[in-house]
Design a protein around this ligand. Structure first.
Ligand code: S3P
Length: 450
C-alpha cells in the first residue's frame, strides 16, 4: 500500500498498573525472510507465527508477483510454493513495498541476479529513503538501476543476465544491505563474500544455512566475514517465527515506567544481534528477568518479565551496541525520560534514515512533552525527569513511523498529562494488535486528539 488512508489520531493517558501477559506478534525481520527464502525453494515451505503486519503482507504480495504461490491459512500459518533460486519471473506491474525498507531492499537483492526487469515504489516515507546503499553493491553483480534523484524510489532494476560473484565490505552497519548482497549472491556462480565491521542482525545467514545453502561466518580482524556459495538448491523448510523483540520492547518499556506494573512477554526471540535494548535496560537498573531460556528453530528464545522500575539511572550507551538495538532507540529515549540523570546515545546516525529521521522525531516530540534533549548528527542525549516526572500534554508527529507512534503512546501511559500522536495508522505495519493488547494490560488509549 502506498498510503494507509485518513490519519487516526490516538491519545494515551496516565494508566493504572499494567498487568498480565503480552503475546506480541511474530518477528518482522524473520517473517520477511521466511517468505523470500520460501519463494526461492522448489516445494512447500510452512510458516507459523508469521507477522501479519502490512510490511510483511506487502512482501507476500511481491513474492506472488515474482511467481511464487503464497497462501494464507489463518492465525499466522502460511505456505509458500517457491520457484527455485534464479526462478523469479518478471512482474506485470510495479512492486509496491508500502512502508517497508526491509521488504524493498531484500527483494531488490533477490531479483538483481535474474534477467528480469522490475519497478519498485512505496509510501511517502519509503520514497524518501536512500536506495543507493543497495544498488551500489548490486551493480557489482551486473544489475542496473535507474531511480529518482538521490537514488530514491520509484526505481527500476534490470537484473544481471550473467551475474558475477562479489566481495563487498559494508560501508555502514546494515543488515538490509548485507542481506541484499547475500540474496543476490544466491544466483551468482562461485563465492559471494560480505564483510561487516560491526555485527548486524544475522537472520539471513542463519536462515540460509537452515534452507541448505553453503554459508560460513568467520570473525576476523577485519570484522565478520560471511561467505556464500552461489547457486545452491534450497530445500523447503518448516519455520516457527519467534515473537519480535522489537515489538516486545513496547509493553516491556511501558511496564518499566508505569507505576505498579508487572508484565510477562512470552517467547521472545533473543538473538544477540537483536537484544541490545535489554542489556541497556539492565544497565539502567530495570527490573527485567528472563525466564525459560531455550533455543527454538535455531534462534535463542525466552519469556521476559518486566516490573515497574522507579530506580532507573541514565547511562551512556556504547556506540558499538547500536546495530543490536537500532530500532529500539525511540522507546529507549522514552524510558530515559523517566530515569534519573542523563542517557547518552552515541553512534546513532543510522536513525536519521529509518522510516523517519528518528533522532529529530523523538527530540521534537519529547521536547514538546517537557523533556530536555541534546542532539547532533550522530548523538541523542535525554535528560531524565525521574519516575512519573514527564509533564506530557502534547501531540507528537508520528511521521509515518510505527515506532515513533508507539513510543509516544507508551510515554503518555506514564506522563502527568496525556500524550497524543497525530496518526496511529503506521502501527499496523509491525504491531497490528498494539491497541487491543496494550488495552488488555490496562493502558488507557483512546482514538482521538487529546
Ligand atoms: C532490518 C534491519 C535494520 C532495521 C530494520 C530491519 C532487517 O535496518 O532497522 O527494521 O530486517 O534486516 P538496517 O539494515 O537499515 O540497519
Amino acid at each position: 500500500m502506498s498510503s494507509h488512508g485518513p490519519a487516526t489520531p490516538m491519545t494515551a493517558r496516565k494508566s493504572g498498573p499494567l498487568k498480565g501477559t503480552a503475546d506480541v506478534p511474530g518477528d518482522k525481520s524473520i517473517s520477511h525472510r521466511s517468505l523470500i527464502l520460501g519463494a526461492l525453494t522448489v516445494g512447500e515451505t510452512k510458516i507459523s507465527g508469521l507477522l501479519e503486519g502490512q510490511d510483511v503482507l506487502d512482501t507476500a504480495k511481491a513474492m506472488r508477483a515474482f511467481g511464487a504461490e503464497v497462501i494464507e491459512h489463518g492465525g499466522g500459518d502460511w505456505t509458500v510454493h517457491g520457484v527455485g533460486v534464479g526462478g523469479f519471473s518478471e512482474p506485470e506491474d510495479v512492486i509496491d513495498c508500502g512502508n517497508s525498507g526491509t521488504g524493498v531492499r531484500l527483494i531488490m537483492g533477490t531479483m538483481a541476479t535474474t534477467p528480469i526487469t522490475a519497478t519498485f515504489t512505496g509510501d511517502a516515507s519509503l520514497r524518501k529513503r536512500p536506495m543507493g546503499r543497495i544498488t551500489d553493491p548490486l551493480s557489482l553483480f551486473g544489475c542496473q538501476a535507474v531511480g529518482r534523484e538521490g537514488g530514491r524510489l520509484p526505481m527500476t532494476l534490470v537484473g544481471a543476465a550473467d551475474p558475477v560473484p562479489v566481495t563487498y565490505t559494508l560501508p555502514m552497519a546494515s543488515a538490509q544491505v548485507k542481506s541484499a548482497v547475500l540474496l543476490a549472491g544466491l544466483n551468482a556462480p562461485g563465492q559471494t563474500v560480505v564483510i561487516e565491521k560491526e555485527p548486524t542482525r544475522d537472520h539471513t545467514e542463519r536462515m540460509l544455512a537452515g534452507f541448505g545453502a553453503e554459508i560460513t561466518v568467520e570473525d576476523t580482524d577485519e570484522g565478520r566475514v560471511v561467505t556464500l556459495t552461489g547457486r545452491p538448491e534450497l530445500k523447503p523448510q518448516t519455520i516457527a517465527v519467534p515473537r519480535d523483540p522489537s515489538s516486545a520492547a513496547f509493553p516491556v518499556c511501558a511496564a518499566l515506567i508505569v507505576e505498579g506494573s508487572d508484565v510477562l512477554v512470552p517467547n521472545i526471540g533473543l538473538n544477540p544481534t537483536r537484544a541490545g535494548l535489554y542489556t541497556t535496560l539492565k544497565e539502567m537498573g530495570a527490573d527485567l528477568t528472563f525466564e525459560n531460556e531455550r533455543t527454538e528453530g535455531g534462534e535463542p528464545v525466552a519469556d521476559l518479565r518486566a516490573r515497574f522500575s522507579p530506580d532507573m539511572k541514565g547511562i551512556e550507551v556504547p556506540p558499538e551496541r547500536a546495530p543490536s538495538m537500532i530500532d529500539e532507540y525511540p522507546i529507549l529515549s522514552v524510558v530515559a525520560s523517566f530515569a534519573s540523570g542523563k542517557t547518552v546515545m552515541k553512534g546513532v546516525k543510522e536513525l536519521r534514515v529509518k522510516e523517519s529521521d528518528r533522532i529529530d522525531a523523538m527530540a521534537r516530540g519529547l521536547e514538546a512533552c517537557g523533556v530536555t534533549i541534546e542532539e547532533d548528527e550522530d548523538t541523542l542525549i535525554v535528560h531524565g525527569m525521574g519516575p512519573g516526572g514527564v509533564p506530557g500534554g502534547a501531540t507528537a508527529e508520528a511521521r509515518l513511523d510505527h515506532r515513533i507512534a508507539m513510543s509516544f503512546l507508551c510515554c503518555g501511559m506514564a506522563s502527568e498529562k496525556p500524550i497524543g500522536v497525530d496518526d496511529s495508522g503506521p502501527i499496523a505495519t509491525s504491531f497490528p494488535i498494539f491497541e487491543p493488547l496494550m488495552g488488555t494490560l490496562g493502558a488507557q488509549l483512546v482514538r482521538s486528539n487529546r
